[in-house]
Design a protein around this ligand. Structure first.
Ligand code: GLU
Length: 422
């Protein structure tokens, strides 16, 4: 399934609700620049492997390209184009002065040694040097990349260019100019959105049951913070499997994390230290957990999880998309018909890139904020974006995704228009 085709169909659908000048629509159908590299790496055993690396610079209408770098065996140009487009929309939804970009390398980082991974990151960075930088394109972590990878990237870029340029990437280690709060920021932003949604739906947080699909950086922090805020986490899964609470009693995501570290998987029993409850909890596959009874389903894994095939069986009242592109356009239609509210990725997971923007600001002014200051700035941005999208959805009688796209497209179109025509 082409993810970029899905992204373009979202663009087309949203465009019908606004007077988007046709030239703007034409411009937004294609990325501004596509970079593709073959990257030969000498592996630890002396052999050579050649990896495919991509960077798509989709739109710079509202500011420098901004977006993550993904390491995954399934990375391909189609996917990176879609993800880059969504970044442009996302930055516009939350109103930060950045465009959209995304990068990726087709690699399974879990089978590479640390040395191989560092060499690959540095080799990719060297090829990107002419095209990236604080005023051109700023990278960040995404699936299977982390502060450590950003540290190598900043170091390589700085060595090659001969000056320290921390703002070429965000999500860095604190020692290299990272921002307080960035690691948990996507999850934290998701919690702000959850609180807004629960308010609109008049649900009681203490009684609200949540399933989280995906237990990487985003899923883990979302689940942890939601649990801390009093919500009931009744299901959790990672790529290998999941756990579900039969009776609806919640679980502490940190216990699941400890267990996952010890056993290598999320197993069907709920263990606190050495005491395990295998009666009230059970194993579920990733596929099953999507369809299990819950109030809110949080998608924090990969694209194309809710499709035409399973959309009819989703039992949640609302879906929060913490991953990028987890719901296909066909599924959107089915879910809307059934009254399932979908809080779209370009709003729900924008806390990550918003805090990345804060990180760039701190780097450029060489003055750093406390975690409390970061959160104090993040909360109103997420809250306002949620309210604006919600209002737009009510005014146009559309779902939240179309509303978010309409809001973003108006902002992007304005930037394109005021740049002039010739
Ligand atoms: N990879 C994250 C996303 O998809 C963060 C991007 C960033 O911080 O630039 O939104």
């Amino acid at each position: 399934m082409s993810v970029f085709t899905n992204a373009l169909s979202q663009l087309k659908k949203a465009s019908t609700y606004i007077n988007l000048p046709s030239r703007v629509q034409e411009i937004l159908k294609k990325p501004e620049r596509v970079l593709q590299f073959s990257i030969p790496i000498t592996m630890d055993n002396g052999s050579t492997r050649v990896f495919d690396g991509y960077r798509v610079q989709y739109s710079s209408a509202r500011g420098p390209y901004k977006g993550g770098l993904r390491y995954h065996p399934k990375v391909n140009l189609d996917e990176v184009k879609a993800l880059a487009f969504w970044m442009a929309i996302k930055c516009a939804v939350v109103g930060i002065p950045l465009g959209g970009g995304k990068g990726g390398i087709a690699v399974d980082p879990k089978v590479l040694s640390q040395g191989e991974l560092e060499r690959l990151t540095r080799a990719f960075t060297r090829r990107l040097v002419p095209f990236i930088g604080p005023e051109q394109d700023v990278l960040a972590p995404d699936v299977n990349t982390n502060p450590e990878v950003m540290g190598w990237l900043v170091d390589e870029y700085s060595k090659v260019t001969g000056r320290f340029v921390p703002a070429v990437a965000t999500g860095k280690p604190l020692a290299l100019g990272g921002s307080q709060g960035r690691t948990a920021a996507t999850g934290q932003g998701g919690l702000f959105i959850l609180n807004e949604l629960v308010g609109k739906l008049k649900l009681d947080p203490k009684k609200t049951r949540i399933i989280v699909q995906g237990f990487g950086n985003v899923g883990y922090y979302f689940a942890k913070l939601a649990h801390k805020a009093g919500y009931k986490i009744i299901g959790l899964s990672d790529s290998k499997g999941g756990i579900y609470s039969n009776g609806g009693a919640g679980m502490d995501p940190d216990h699941i994390m400890q267990d996952k570290k010890a056993r290598g998987i999320i197993a069907g029993c709920y263990c606190v230290g050495s005491v395990c409850d295998c009666e009230n909890y059970r194993s579920m596959t990733n596929k099953q957990i999507l369809e299990a009874p819950t109030d809110i389903l949080v998608l924090a894994a990969m694209e194309n999880q809710i499709t035409r095939e399973n959309a009819g069986r989703i039992k949640a009242k609302a879906i929060i998309e913490m991953a990028n592109g987890p719901t296909t356009p066909e599924a959107d239609i089915k879910l809307a018909k059934r009254g399932v509210i979908v809080v779209p990725d370009v709003l729900a997971n924008a806390g990550g890139v918003t805090t990345s923007y804060f990180e760039m600001v701190q780097n450029l002014q060489q003055y750093y904020w406390t975690e409390a200051e970061v959160m104090q700035k993040l909360k109103p941005i997420m809250g306002q974006a949620f309210k604006q999208v919600w209002q737009k959805a009510e005014a146009l009688k559309v779902d939240l995704r179309i509303a978010a796209f309409v809001l973003a497209l108006e902002r992007i179109a304005e930037a394109i228009e005021v740049r002039g025509k010739y």
